[in-house]
Design a protein around this ligand. Sequence first.
Ligand code: 4G4
Length: 254
Amino acid sequence: MNFTVLTLFPEMFSALLAGGIVKRAIDRHCISVELINIRDFARDRHRTVDDRPYGGGCGMVMKPEPLTETIRHAKKKHPDAYTLLLTPQGRPFNQRMAQKLAGCAGLILVCGRYEGIDERVREHLVDDELSIGDYVLTGGELAAMVAIDAVSRLIPGTLGSDHSAQEDSFSTGMLEHPQYTRPRSFEGANVPELLLSGDHGAIRQWRRQASLVRTVLRRPDILMDQPLTTGDIEFLKKLQQDIKTIIGKHSTAS
Ligand code: 4G4
């Protein structure tokens, strides 16, 4: 998978490329990241990339010519790539989108600056718009890095063989169960006994149930579009019954 990033601040990406799993994926030729400076496509002697908004108002807008030239250049080099704009107005980015994007031949990521980009560029040269969350950033670069990170780890070979992205939280459609490592006792808090038992069936069930409880409490919204097993339903019913019993005892006591 090739990521081509169009940006006015390519140096920001050294944070992503310097180390960690993304760097390893590049070294292993699982992915490649290409940085193109939009300013290189500015024609005037001041290399201008922005201009004042028509209709007035504060701030500047990325002017269409340099950005268009940059996108055309990237598309010529990667004709099958999918072109994305990172913007607060985009479709909310999630794990499902990351999985879809991981199947693309390549991605061209357009990073806006200032107050955004000229609307005509968005209309004619962008395939999709994506937002990493409901907040405003000074540029699309951090959002692009988030997308590259999330997509990269789904490319085969990127993660070590001991880690499968298929078993992640959100791939299972639920939040991750708690994790523990040594020591067994830390500042008076102990690792759940069952995890030390070596009973893999019981451990698998404990983890599934811990995921269910967490998801019900923290993210009931994502649980709704998730296939639950009859075992899951039985467990949740038991939980509901236990809660009812506790509430019942309290209301008769008061
Ligand atoms: C395009 C239009 C993405 C890009 C306007 C980008 C937040 C996100 C930008 C802007 C971004 C996000 C300057 C508002 C760059 N901010 N939530 N900023 N702005 O994914």
